[in-house]
Design a binder for this molecule. Structure first.
Ligand code: ADP
Ligand code: MG
Length: 258
């Protein structure tokens, strides 16, 4: 039973905070102590404030680590997306998806359309939302996936590579359609989707319509089986229109009044 609280030994306190890995508390303690001497909060408020800042700091660190690990090609959010330029998709649909129910129910999202219409942007925006909500996300292009798989095949680490990918809550497979997979590649790509099916969510972007997916795989039957798993629980969004890239490059510079 504690009866009296002994005066603090500042060095011991520092040592204790270090041992408990309370890095921010250790950093902020003097400043907050200073503040507390002026404001005279209750002891509980004082402690609560220190703890809340430690928790917040840790969560931010974790979020940044998850953001780095996701390997997004750029950082763009739904707020950066101009829905008036891209009006073949409703803002409401994307805002609903950004609530991330699809992740909790392990559903997939497929974004289809020609180059430049915003498929990658929207996939990244949803990925960033997922990172912010505490999910582990991995962005990978079909080309990089193929390279990784073949690299892993060469040194016998395919299942490790696959499992590492499948540890994420969300896998964003970008630009399916530009790389054709040979028999081994097709087989591994199918394995990936079969393992992710109903356990992990995928966002897939592609420039190909579904009827052309047969070309991606070594055999049409593999394409059919792949699509079957992918689309069983999926939100399919078809984007149309002009390329945002091209349009914005072609926009002439504003004329200055003479
Ligand atoms: P896709 O993946 O369909 O080829 P991207 O998503 O990579 O196209 O878009 C190309 C570029 O244009 C990106 O820099 C993206 O941020 C931007 N972009 C595309 N559509 C929009 C839009 N509607 N509003 C704002 N930026 C857009
Ligand atoms: Mg793209």
């Amino acid at each position: 039973m504690i009866r009296t609280i002994p005066p603090v030994d500042r060095e011991m306190l520092d040592h204790g905070l270090r041992r408990l890995k309370l890095r921010r508390m250790r950093q902020d303690l003097d400043d907050i102590n200073e503040l507390a001497l002026q404001e005279e909060p209750s002891y509980m408020d004082f402690l609560g404030y220190l703890v809340a800042r430690e928790v917040e700091g840790r969560e931010n660190t974790q979020k940044e680590l998850r953001l780095k690990a996701a390997r997004f090609p750029f950082y763009r959010t739904l707020d950066d997306f101009d829905f008036s330029f891209q009006n073949s998709v409703s803002q409401q649909t994307l805002r609903d998806l950004a609530q991330l129910d699809f992740l909790r129910t392990r559903e997939n999202i497929v974004l289809l359309g020609p180059p430049g219409v915003g498929k990658t942007h929207l996939a990244v925006a949803l990925g960033i939302e997922a990172v912010n909500q505490g999910y582990r996300v991995q962005f990978i292009t079909a080309q990089d996936l193929a390279d990784q798989l073949y690299g892993a095949l060469a040194d016998g680490t395919v299942s490790q590579a696959m499992n590492k990918l499948l540890r994420n809550d969300l896998i964003i497979l970008d630009e399916l359609g530009y790389v054709q997979f040979d028999a081994t590649g097709s087989d591994h790509l199918f394995q990936l989707i079969a393992k992710a099916y109903e356990h992990r969510s995928l966002i897939v972007t592609s420039n190909l319509d579904f009827q052309d997916w047969g070309r991606l795989f070594d055999q049409p039957a593999t394409a059919a089986a792949f699509l079957d798993r992918l689309l069983h629980h999926a939100h399919v969004i078809s984007l149309r229109g002009d390329s945002y890239r091209v349009r914005h490059r072609l926009t002439p510079p504003m004329k200055l009044e003479p």
